[in-house]
Design a protein around this ligand. Structure first.
Ligand code: FA5
Ligand code: MG
Length: 442
């Protein structure tokens, strides 16, 4: 378990160090990551616990289920797309997860008021820099570098709920496939990618509208439909390659600011529909700003954890991080395409403890940030936190004081926790909650 002191400000105490700049006499708080220094500000919300996941690169770790799924996906793309015998796609799986707001949002046309930007959903290092929330953050820079077919694979960071399928760090594979007219319509030379009213050499001359649900106004319907057919065919091919040809799937209309039209692919797994990826036709503004102004592209992003959990029947997302040999050996030196079913090493019991507190007058049950609380619990409890759930909200009828009750489920994946041990961690969390939010434990 990580032991971190939380005094007045839990971030300041552990990640930030005061340093003096020679030019300015004022002292500035900074965040140190891998020897690099970032000046912190009111947006800083990365925690020591979250920063400790940087560099683990589970997707590249030998014998990790995520790595096996990654290799199968890369192989599928290598073998499906070749040019004169060489793979068409290039793979980027070692890009730094520290990105700018411009990369993660602005370059992808994500509006300033889009919910994905808010502080309570992202891990910001400061106002300009964050841990990427999706691999799409690298799309523009790779297009600018002149690439047209590429995969981007890596760890992404989101502040989210805590349960068996959610962890604040997960892994995505993102891809872009672009084509020019001669490739897309090689046997149909009379068809065009762009509408005659649109001049691809002057792409910003008229606004590219997405009002039509079928296509972007700059594209022809034929080009959009052919790209959609190829995109869907390749992705269905991918899930069939992973899960077998009988896998049930369905397409759901979706919205992403950086693609239009957009879809999500769901597979039927254990009696329920599971969303595995988002995709669509890349907004032409992004392509045109990044360079290629005579092509059309599709893009997708999928989550490796969901696929690995479904493929190998892994019941808890935290297991991906396990270094236990009982877990790891099951994925050692295996044939990539072999059917592996994870055998639980043993299922250790859960311990449940509730935590109720009165909020101070400056907070209400509606303004109290659940995600801040989840991070704090995870920071103190570490990986033995299996689930945190808001159980009850309450306003006292007379005193008008606001109260919250959370249930915290503790479970160690590799041994039995004693109630005494859990109580001690629970007490430490209570103390940190009191110190950070000025609450009164009930
Ligand atoms: C995105 O992240 C988009 N960038 C995907 C995209 C790329 C769309 C390019 C269009 C073009 P979304 O937030 O839905 O979208 O996440 C994509 C996939 O990541 C999901 O389908 C799911 O498989 C996985 N994923 C998302 N959130 C989680 C989570 N909390 N835990 C595990 N996997 C997740
Ligand atoms: Mg989604």
């Amino acid at each position: 378990m990580t032991k971190i002191l939380f005094k007045t400000n839990r971030i300041l105490s552990a990640v930030l160090t005061k340093c003096k700049y020679s030019t300015a006499a004022k002292s500035v708080a900074t965040v140190q990551i891998n020897g690099k220094e970032f000046i912190s500000d009111d947006y800083t919300n990365v925690t020591p616990k979250i920063l400790s996941y940087l560099g683990r690169n589970l997707h590249l770790e030998k014998n990790n289920p995520l790595s096996l799924v990654r290799q199968r996906i890369v192989n599928y793309f290598y073998s499906s797309f070749t040019q004169r015998g060489n793979p068409l796609f290039s793979v980027y799986d070692n890009l730094s997860p520290i990105v700018t707001v411009k990369q993660n949002f602005d370059d992808l046309l994500i509006p300033l008021d889009h919910p994905s930007r808010v502080k309570s959903d992202c891990y910001y290092i400061n106002r300009d820099t964050l841990l990427r929330g999706h691999m799409t953050a690298h799309q523009s820079e790779l297009l600018k570098a002149g690439l047209d077919n590429f995969l981007m694979i890596g760890d992404v960071y989101r502040r989210d709920e805590i349960d068996s399928t959610h962890f604040p760090v997960f892994h995505q594979v993102d891809a872009v496939r672009s084509q020019r007219k001669d490739e897309l319509f090689h046997d149909k030379p009379d068809l065009e990618i762009f509408e005659p009213t649109f001049d691809p050499n002057n792409p910003f001359a008229f606004p590219n509208s997405i009002d039509d649900p079928m296509k972007q106004s700059c594209h022809t319907l034929e080009a959009t439909k052919l790209m959609e057919a190829q995109l869907k065919n390749h992705l269905i091919g991918l899930v069939k390659c992973l899960f077998g040809k009988n896998i049930k799937h369905r397409w759901v209309e979706a919205y992403f600011p950086f693609t239009h039209p957009s879809w999500e692919l769901e597979i039927y797994y254990e009696n329920d529909w599971l969303e595995v990826l988002g995709c669509g036709i890349v907004r032409n503004e992004i392509l045109a700003s990044a360079g290629p102004n005579n092509s059309i592209a599709y893009a997708f992003g999928l989550g490796l954890e969901r696929l690995a959990m479904a493929l190998y029947k892994i019941p808890d997302i935290r297991l991906m991080w396990s270094t236990d040999s009982g877990f790891r050996s099951q994925f050692e030196n295996v044939d990539l395409n072999a059917k592996i079913k994870y055998k639980p090493v043993s299922s250790y019991p859960q311990c449940k403890n509730d935590m109720s507190f009165w909020l101070p007058p400056n907070l209400t049950i509606d303004t109290f940030m659940n995600n801040d609380f989840y991070d704090l619990v995870r920071d103190i409890g570490g990986d033995i936190i299996e689930q945190v759930k808001l159980k009850d909200k309450f306003v006292h009828p007379k005193s008008k004081k606001h109260s919250l009750c959370y249930s915290i489920v503790y479970r160690h994946l590799e041994r039995t926790l004693t109630q005494g041990e859990v109580n001690q961690v629970h007490k430490e969390i209570e103390k940190a909650v009191v110190d950070n939010y000025n609450v009164v434990i009930r």
